[in-house]
Design a protein. Structure first.
Length: 108
């Protein structure tokens, strides 16, 4: 296992263990087809909070939501920003789960 992959796996385990949410780490070569609802009131509210959060200003995060399951798409500056974005989305009572499909550039 390469150092990069080991670092990503360990970081993912730490983040997902702390948040109680799902963190998805995918290989760059993997693509996913999915239908998302970006226009829901919940998705718009979370998107507004993410966009107005100074800690996430450098990140490029889009929100989708389906039946209370919120998915974060895009890129984050670092793993701390990923965790913060998950926490922002999880604050809402209507959210049953948060799935992160955020990408972070890891330099070794």
């Amino acid at each position: 296992m390469s150092r990069w992959l080991a670092l990503v796996v360990i970081s993912a385990l730490v983040i997902s263990g702390l948040s109680g949410c799902v963190l998805v780490v995918a290989d760059e070569g993997v693509t996913h087809d999915f239908v998302v609802e970006r226009g829901s009131n919940l998705a718009r509210s979370i998107q507004r909070d993410i966009d107005n959060d100074a800690a996430l200003a450098v990140s490029d995060i889009e929100i989708s939501e389906d039946d209370g399951i919120v998915t974060l798409h895009g890129r984050a500056e670092n793993l701390g920003a990923v965790q913060h974005a998950i926490d922002v989305a999880a604050r809402y009572e209507e959210v049953s789960a948060v799935v992160s499909r955020l990408r972070v550039k890891v330099e070794l």
